[in-house]
Design a protein around this ligand. Sequence first.
Ligand SMILES: Nc1ncnc2c1ncn2[C@@H]1O[C@H](COP(=O)(O)OP(=O)(O)OP(=O)(O)O)[C@@H](O)[C@H]1O
Ligand SMILES: [Mg+2]
Length: 235
Amino acid sequence: MLSLEALSVFYGGIHALQGINLVVEDGKIVTLVGANGAGKSTMLNSIVGIVKSASGKITWNNADITGRDTKDIVGSGLVLIPEGRHIFPNLTVDENLRLGAYLQKDKDIIQKNREECFTLFPRLKERMHQHAGTLSGGEQQMLAVARGLMSSPKLLMLDEPSLGLAPLVSKMIFDIIRKINALGTTILLIEQNARAALEIAHYAYVLETGMITMENTGAVLLNDDRVRKAYLGEG
Ligand SMILES: Nc1ncnc2c1ncn2[C@@H]1O[C@H](COP(=O)(O)OP(=O)(O)OP(=O)(O)O)[C@@H](O)[C@H]1O
Ligand SMILES: [Mg+2]
């Protein structure tokens, strides 16, 4: 289980996260909904130690990981696929995948993860030797997700995986997220496409200018008037 208690983050004078309390239970899909600039990416970046918190506590599987090194955090199974695709364009698909396993020393596990990625994303298998920079946008996003999976995450955090993708490709990414979850990986998902995220989420939080203002099951929030108006483009 991952939990944030009273987590606070500043960028200079900007109070980007103002006392966040949030729990991600094992095996679940949890989503964080919020407008541009609400602090969603900041939250994920602070969980993996890229952004330092000013106060509060982050607990992962009973260990206090607040302020720990990103490398240790990733090694403990908390993996972030950041906003934007951040793949290496001049390396092949396969080379990108192998880099995703840079903390993994066991060759058998690397091979097993690679096979699993190719099962989930047959398109990446077909394009194994293609330079990543020549993949389509959707394929690059698949590669970013697959590369995250190469480090054997226990909890996979995805920051806007469907950004800029056509509806069909986007749907495919959501299906894959559900599949990854069904195979045993806990998911913390951030999405501009709030409807699709709430539809697959067991539990959801609404973040407004650095504060959690609502939380409930995905199903309840999908039917909430405030959520419908502010995030689902209704009414
Ligand atoms: N490195 C930084 N230095 C200063 N301010 C920052 C920095 N990173 C983010 N911010 C500010 O903190 C706030 C939260 O940003 P964040 O990127 O977490 O939002 P977000 O919810 O992910 O938004 P989006 O949906 O647009 O990705 C914004 O006002 C942003 O301008
Ligand atoms: Mg963001």
